[in-house]
Design a protein. Structure first.
Length: 152
């Protein structure tokens, strides 16, 4: 089977500054408010992160990776994988966030999830998009106030 590059791209506007949106991916307290309650993060190039959330079947799953690029308030690149689970043939998976300031203190976040491996059918691609959209909805709520916490 030939492995090819695949990616999912999402553009989202947040009512927050690029500094605030960047902090949501790098500051552990802010990460816990939207990404999951069980978060470990060493936000430096080469530092690792781990985000644990419950799965739909009563178990738990964790996303793990390393910070590869950190450009404060501009760009983040992180490796991205599931801890201790089948990769389904995916390799070299990463996520990238680019932050662009907009008027009124808002930010455009251009998000890319890319991987090498087999393609996804329409249902799998829809599930991936839905998963990230749910997390970005939580991120939006977390950026709206300090008392907002993740649904997980």
């Amino acid at each position: 089977m030939t492995k090819t590059q695949h990616k999912l791209e999402i553009v989202r506007i947040f009512e927050a500054t690029p500094e605030q949106v960047y902090a949501a991916w790098t500051d552990i307290d802010t990460m816990r408010r939207w990404f999951g309650h069980l978060v470990e993060a060493d936000a430096r190039v080469g530092g690792s992160y781990r985000v644990e959330n419950p799965s739909g079947n009563g178990g738990k799953f964790a996303h793990v990776g390393k910070y590869l690029v950190l450009e404060p308030a501009r760009r983040i690149v992180m490796s991205f994988s599931f801890e201790g689970t089948e990769t389904h043939g995916f390799t070299d998976e990463y996520i990238e966030m680019q932050f662009r300031p907009l008027s009124g203190g808002r930010t455009e976040m251009r998000f890319t999830n890319a991987w090498n491996g087999p393609g996804m059918d329409e249902a799998e691609q829809g599930a991936l998009n839905e998963g990230w959209t749910t997390w970005f909805d939580q991120l939006e709520r977390a950026l709206s106030g300090p008392d907002v916490v993740a649904l997980y």
